[in-house]
Design a protein around this ligand. Structure first.
Ligand code: IPM
Ligand code: MN
Length: 352
């Protein structure tokens, strides 16, 4: 029996999470495992009402769960940065979810903006460092608001943090057993301290993985190759900030925010799974958002729990739905209601 914490969040978060849970439920019945979902109402509405974003007691409770299923955070009446830092980043940091795993996989039947590229060309995974780099929030202002203002934002890279991320990426590349190629994406030609550390750790840890080819690309060039030759990539390991940027690029080549999912992973602790898209407040309550990205995050969650059968069923259902051509578009113009897409995935699983 798994204990799953569910944080539906803001905007369309609750709508898509509902469908995600429905699908996980169908997979659990079919594959024969059980879970209990416990809902937490953190997000913009609660913050506006109570001033509370994420109480310390909740962090403690979440640490006792098997994993977390998150919808989306972001509220039009809350200044940008507050919920992102206070909820999403705080969870990632406090639960030490040091990997942000973002598969970039184009499913058959899904439109990609890349001309002449198809599912066999776009199938790689980005391992983004998730607890350090420019995201640590260390810095400050001097003489704020004056013409002499100084703003400093520190980029922190620890040997331990970099090494554990790189080691995870080597392990994953081996487990994928595809090209057995790991690309380090950095900017070591300019960030001659921070990314020099990444380069040394990459080489040194790589000695433990003689079966994995070591590859390198600067982040600017990575953006270019992801468009021109996405088939070159098998697994990419990258720092937090650059990983954030290249995975939006990755999301669009796999069909966009309507399908991109991610896992915030602490291999030794509690992990959290979420769609990459935001809370899209203007569509909240309209039932027009396609829930496939959240359903896909649910699939990653089952994979992480080692419920491989259930995970495989969900992915199979997503693939057959998308390749059926029924869903014209992964945006709000799919032609279906949010719950109808959830129902179709559930039906496909029930009929397996
Ligand atoms: C993401 C998001 C977050 C990030 C924001 C909302 C803090 O863009 O998950 O990619 O930058 O990590
Ligand atoms: Mn992002």
């Amino acid at each position: 029996m798994y204990n799953i914490a569910v944080i539906p969040g803001d905007g369309i978060g609750p709508e898509v999470i509902k469908e995600g849970l429905k699908v996980v439920q169908a997979a659990s019945e079919k594959a024969g495992f059980k879970f209990k979902a416990r809902h937490f109402d953190f997000g913009g509405d609660r913050y506006i009402k109570t001033g509370e974003i994420l109480p310390d007691s909740a962090i403690k409770e979440l640490k006792d769960m098997d994993c977390i299923y998150l919808g989306a955070v972001g509220h039009p009446d809350v200044a940008p940065g507050i919920l992102e830092k206070g909820l999403l980043l705080r969870l990632r940091f406090e639960l030490d979810q040091y990997i942000n795993l973002r598969p970039i996989k184009l499913y058959p039947g899904v439109w990609t903006p890349l001309k002449d590229k198809g599912p066999k060309d776009i199938d790689f995974v980005v391992v983004r460092e998730n607890t350090e780099g420019l995201y640590v929030g260390i810095g400050g202002f001097l003489k704020k608001g004056t013409p002499d203002e100084v703003a400093i934002q520190e980029m922190i890279n620890t040997r331990k943090g970099v090494e554990r991320c790189i080691r995870y990426a080597y392990e994953l590349t081996r487990k994928r057993n595809k090209e057995k190629k790991l690309t380090l994406c950095d900017k070591a030609n300019v960030l001659t301290y921070a990314h020099n550390l990444w380069q040394r750790a990459f080489k040194e840890v790589g000695e433990e993985y003689p079966d994995i080819k070591q590859d390198h690309a600067y982040v600017d060039a990575t953006c270019m190759w992801m468009i021109k030759n996405p088939e070159w990539f098998d697994c990419i390991v990258v720092c937090n900030m650059f990983g954030d940027i290249i995975t939006d690029l990755g999301a669009i080549i796999q069909g966009g925010m309507g399908i991109a999912a991610s896992g915030n992973i602490n291999p030794e602790g509690v992990s959290m799974f979420e769609p990459i898209h935001g809370s899209a407040p203007k569509y909240a309550g309209k039932g027009v958002i396609n829930p496939l990205a959240t359903i896909s995050a649910g699939q990653m969650m089952l994979e992480h729990l080692k419920e491989y059968e259930g995970s495989r069923m969900i992915e199979q259902a997503i693939i057959s739905l998308l390749s059926s051509g029924k869903i014209k578009d992964l945006s709000t113009k799919s032609g279906y209601k949010t719950h109808e897409i959830g129902d179709m995935v559930v039906d496909l699983i029930n009929n397996m």
